[in-house]
Design a protein around this ligand. Sequence first.
Ligand SMILES: [Zn+2]
Length: 333
Amino acid sequence: MFKDILKDQQPVVYQTLSNALRNKKLSHCYLFSGPAGSLMLETANLLAQTIICTHKKEDWACEECIECIQVANHEYVDLLYIDGSNETIKIESINSLQDQFSQTALAQAGQKVFIINNCENMTAKASNSLLKFIEEPSSTTYGIFITTQITRVLPTIVSRCQTLNFKPLSNETFYQKALEKGIDELDAHLLSPLVHKEEEIEIVKELDSYQVAVQYFVEFMNYYFTDLKSGMLYLQNNGFKINAKSKNPKKDREVFSFFLQIATTFVNDYHKHIKINDDSWTNLLTLAQENKFNSRNFLETISETKDALIRATNLSLLIDQMLFKLSGGIHDR
Ligand SMILES: [Zn+2]
């Protein structure tokens, strides 16, 4: 049941909604604000189910009846779902929402719910039109707005809604999910800070650019502690083929971006003495320990490179600069 997942992953949100349901003081307009992948849409669906379901258990939807299933699939007659994730929400969509909601509910439950996902992508005209509508809520109408960028939502909309803040899901959650899917420990460990949705774990794991990045990083770090010059040559010649013309510059960037993320995880593991059941990774951490890893210089360089990657037009130059800075401090000064 999603209710149990919500209780476990977003306890504050769960508690707030539970209290409101128990006291029959549900707000007519909610704004869910949080990062991508924090279960906001799933929660909106559950709340819509709870408003509509006629087989409730302990204040919440049963999540099993025909109404609940239709709501979850956004196929229920008195539920309107508008999604701004791929295109802006224009006034026409809002007008049709208002038309539909000014009529009496079609289904027996008599409650109507609209969900607006990525509501920050509403045009100003659409927002203003909707504002007039939510200012005079009817007792049978509920609205749920979802946003990953609350600063882009019209302040007057924010002030009309009760805001619920969703926190990012922890890396630990994704790590456990990855293990459950049969992904090995190292990949689960490296992927968990990279993914924002459970279903992304396997997709990212299968990406060639991810797999190549892991290989480059492990290989490079082995050199880094023992023979830095060879390490630099490895990355320049075998890895990113800096001097040759790249066949796929877009992929090179992707690989390098993964490489930097993996490097960040490595320093974190080193600082926090995190142990993973994987020989190659454990070996690198042991090497770091033995060679008085200058993790500060390393992390600084990786962070600077990460920031620069977004703007960098010349990837080879950026990698060269990174290697130059890394060579400045293998050992603690
Ligand atoms: Zn139900």
